[in-house]
Design a protein around this ligand. Structure first.
Ligand SMILES: Cc1ncc(COP(=O)(O)O)c(C=O)c1O
Length: 445
């Protein structure tokens, strides 16, 4: 019996044995196309020789040094690389080991900034329903996936939530996409006024909503309005690009396509591409300067902050992306992926919506297209699709609760940036078969 506390206790998982490019092999020798990059992590695929070489070179020099004693070349070079390509106004980077930790750091630094600037009443965070910001208590506190929060609700800081920007289910027939986006953005202003602007610290949002809604992009103008509202009330904007960032949507940062820059930004998954557990918080010059001129200290540190091996690894991943112009491939193959998904599912009786950008696509499954009625959650359709895809050698990232945290099913695709046209076609072909097989199993013949 396994002594690992697995996600689903008692379940027997296949053993991941090796990986090359977009393929993962299990210990029985079966190959799986990694069409979700795990959970949107493996952006340059598995076993990349340049990254492995950089990791070996770093270990041969130094694996670890505590940041209360030293900085390291690896951390300094990675921070330089990230800031040179960061959204406008960013000046510093705080490294950590995961997306949840990056969000925790953002929440703490937002609060600390207002302590430094003397606005002590600013303690409230506003975020959106149907969002995921991580699993640690602070991140769960701002998260909007109510099912995850339920068991721990009494332990969480009070969450203040507004509507997501989710056109497929939220836009009224009499609204344009722009009108819808502005309507839901204006909920932020109403919430700030309700709480009292002097009490609000920050608004937290995924630029493109990943796991919870399945690659839901914002309506045009939404984030510009959000930025204006934050600025009007002195509220910080924290963008969570843990899943949608670092090239996933075809630009290095998803917010580039929205024409806004945040005050703090969390990145993780694609930063290290799965080769090392690493996340980061990007910090605006304004915030870093306030701390520098105040106490000079960000009182939030962990043992593995700035881990040299993790930083050297992430730098190698980022250099490969840039050297091989992989974001151009994301845009090229992403367009093909969209086209193939629309061909395969555009007229499918049980596909309500196909949405996304770059190498980040969601397919929402419904019982009835006209009314957008979801399947009964008890059918666990999304899990069945995942199983059916695994049987066909395809890794995808399906999720339930798309509508309200409980009902609704979607499939998320997040393939590596390196894939070619033939792999795109195979992914969609296998996905189509898996969706039909799972639907066949839940519906009377
Ligand atoms: C948008 C978003 N934020 C935060 C996190 C948390 O990241 P981690 O699982 O690395 O802690 C995730 C993970 O899926 C995520 O998708």
């Amino acid at each position: 019996m396994s002594h690992v506390l697995h996600r689903v206790l008692g379940k027997t998982y296949p053993v991941a044995a090796s990986g090359t490019g977009a393929l993962l092999r299990d210990s029985d020798g079966r190959e799986h196309i990694d069409a979700s990059g795990g959970a949107a992590v493996s952006c340059i695929g598995h076993g990349h020789p340049d990254v492995l070489a950089a990791m070996h070179a770093q270990i041969d020099k130094l694996a670890y040094a505590h940041t209360s004693f030293f900085t390291s070349d690896a951390a300094e070079e990675l921070a330089d690389h990230l800031i040179a390509r960061a959204p406008a106004g960013m000046g510093s980077v705080y490294f950590c080991s995961s997306g949840s930790e990056a969000i925790e750091a953002c929440l703490k630094l937002a609060r600390h900034y207002f302590i430094e600037t003397g606005e002590l009443k600013r303690v409230n965070f506003i975020s959106r329903r149907q969002s995921y910001h991580g699993i640690t208590l602070g991140a769960l506190g701002v998260g909007g996936r109510m099912k995850d929060r339920a068991a721990f609700a009494d332990m969480l800081m009070p969450g203040h939530h507004i509507s997501p920007c989710f056109e497929y289910r939220g836009r009224r027939p009499d609204e344009t996409a722009e009108q819808y986006g502005l309507r839901v953005a204006d909920e932020l202003e109403a919430k700030i006024l309700e709480l009292g602007p002097e009490t609000v610290c920050a608004f937290v949002a995924e630029t493109v909503v990943g796991a919870t809604l399945g690659a839901a992009t914002a309506a045009p103008g939404y984030f510009k309005r959000i930025r204006e509202i934050c600025d009007r009330h002195g509220v910080l904007l924290i963008l969570d690009e843990v899943m949608c960032g670092m090239g996933r949507t075809g630009t290095l940062h998803a917010c580039e396509q929205e024409g806004v820059a945040p005050d703090l930004m969390a990145i993780a998954k694609g930063l290290g591409g799965g080769y090392a557990p690493i996340g980061a918080m990007l910090v605006s010059k304004r915030i870093a300067e306030a701390v520098r001129q105040g106490s000079g200290i960000f009182p939030h540190s962990q043992t593995y902050v700035g881990h040299p091996l993790a930083c050297a690894t992430a730098l190698a991943v980022q250099r490969v992306i840039e050297r091989d112009d992989l974001l151009a491939n994301v845009r090229r193959q992403g367009a093909r992926l969209e086209q193939r998904l629309r061909e395969r599912f555009g007229n499918h009786h049980h596909v309500g919506d196909i949405r996304g950008r770059g190498h980040f696509w969601g397919v929402e499954i419904v019982a009835d297209r006209a009314s957008k009625t979801p399947f009964d959650p008890a059918l666990k359709l999304n899990s069945r699709i995942k199983e059916a895809a695994m049987e066909r050698g395809l890794m995808i990232y399906p999720m339930g609760g798309t509508v309200d945290g409980t009902a609704g099913d979607h499939v998320l695709l997040a393939p590596p940036f390196i894939i070619d046209a033939a792999t795109v076609d195979t992914i969609v072909e296998r996905l189509g078969d898996a969706v039909d097989a799972a639907l066949g199993a839940v519906q009377p013949a």
